[in-house]
Design a protein around this ligand. Structure first.
Ligand code: SF4
Length: 381
């Protein structure tokens, strides 16, 4: 399998791969290392002129290690991710001090240099020394995830482990420099993220993603962190008159529960007593808080804070204007008005059917109890 995979890839590379990259001619460990670091998070087209200017000024590890940091940063300016330049400087100095000016040929020693991860170390050793090392940069991850049908986000350790295993299994025994370049080129030019050209691909015959129609979904996207749902809070004012009736107002057509009837809802940020005076010409004496009521809408969670107490009419009088009225718990319990679901459940709790002569049977028919915990989020109007 690996031989066949590599043979097809290398045959494609002969005709369609990139053979004119500046770090390929001449190919040295220094130039490959420099290009690999520059290519981390940066496209080839952007890197090319920077690479050429850089090697003209710093042609080897010695010149780079001795360069003042400020000058190095001037040559890097515009490439971004400046930690790479600082690591480059430190790595050049480490190569000079620890390895006699030669890039190490042992994988572990290469990996120990600043700014070099597993894939970069593998790429440098494969490209510069023809070693049998696997690589797994972003392009290669995409190719292998699709070809082998490896689901999940490659940033997850388990997914990355499967991709590394796949990359290692597929390694040929010869032409490692060309093979690693071919794999990167295929990902960069043909098996692209947006518009892969499967019809031209040498791996198409046994590509799992292509066969199963999963090209667009592989590799898996990074899971989005669950965002906390927005919360809203409101007072639910149960103002009771001397006959034991509650004040209800009809909700405006726009907004939540438009057209339904509800005890006054007042934003929890507001001065509820002032709002009750303003809106209804009422005040509550000895308001008692009740346990909060939670309700889920499709896009946010609502928490109602009931306040109950006897209402006193102020001199201004009750402002009904057709949209607020007094209702007995029995009438509400009997389902005479359309109440929002959490308010209906609250009313049921406050005024159980058994306590309301003559209404129990009606209530049972009209308002079957449902388990509150299973309630689905209500759509926002
Ligand atoms: S067949 Fe398509 S999805 Fe599969 S490796 Fe080739 S270009 Fe990528």
């Amino acid at each position: 399998m690996s031989g066949d995979f590599a043979d097809r890839l290398l045959a494609w590379f002969e005709r369609h791969g990139r053979h004119d990259l500046p770090w390929q001619q001449p190919r040295s460990a220094y130039r490959v290392w420099l290009s690999e670091v520059m290519l981390q998070q940066t496209q080839v087209a952007t890197v090319r002129p920077y690479f050429e200017r850089f090697v003209a000024r710093f042609p080897d590890f010695a010149s780079l290690a001795q360069a003042p940091a400020d000058e190095l940063m001037r040559y890097w300016a515009g490439l971004g991710y400046y930690a790479r330049a600082r690591n480059l400087h430190a790595a050049a100095q480490a190569v000079m001090s620890r390895h006699g000016g030669e890039f190490p040929t042992e994988f572990e020693a290469a990996l120990a240099l600043p700014g070099i991860g597993r894939s970069t170390a593998g790429a440098i050793l494969a490209q510069a020394h023809g070693q049998r090392q696997a690589i797994l940069d972003a392009n290669v991850k995409r190719v292998l995830a699709r070809w082998a049908g490896i689901a999940g986000w490659p940033g997850e350790a388990a997914v990355a482990a499967r991709l590394w295993h796949c990359a290692e299994q597929l390694l040929p025994t010869q032409r490692l420099a060309d093979y690693s370049q071919a794999l990167m080129d295929l990902g960069a030019t043909l098996c692209t993220a947006g518009q892969p050209r499967c019809g031209d691909c040498p791996l198409a015959d046994d590509c799992v993603a292509r066969r199963e129609g999963r090209v667009a979904e592989l590799p898996g996207a990074k899971p989005r962190p669950a965002r906390p749902r927005p919360q809203r809070e409101a007072w639910l004012i149960l103002a009771e008159d001397e006959q034991g009736r509650w004040l209800l107002e009809q909700r405006p057509g726009a907004g939540i529960w438009g057209g339904l009837w509800c005890p006054p809802l007042i934003d929890r940020e507001q001065d509820w007593a002032g709002a009750l005076r303003e809106r209804h010409g009422l005040q509550l004496s000895g308001a008692q808080p009740d346990a909060p009521i939670a309700h889920a809408f499709s896009h946010y969670d609502l928490r109602l804070y009931p306040l109950r107490g006897p209402a006193q009419l102020l001199a201004t009088g009750l402002r009904e204007a057709g949209t607020s009225r007094w209702y007995s718990p029995a009438a509400l319990r009997a389902g005479e008005l359309g109440l929002p679901a959490p308010v209906a459940r609250y009313v049921e709790r406050l005024a159980p059917a058994a306590d309301l002569p003559g209404t129990a049977a009606v209530a049972r028919v009209r308002r079957p109890r449902r388990p509150a915990a299973k309630a689905k989020p209500e759509s926002v109007p």
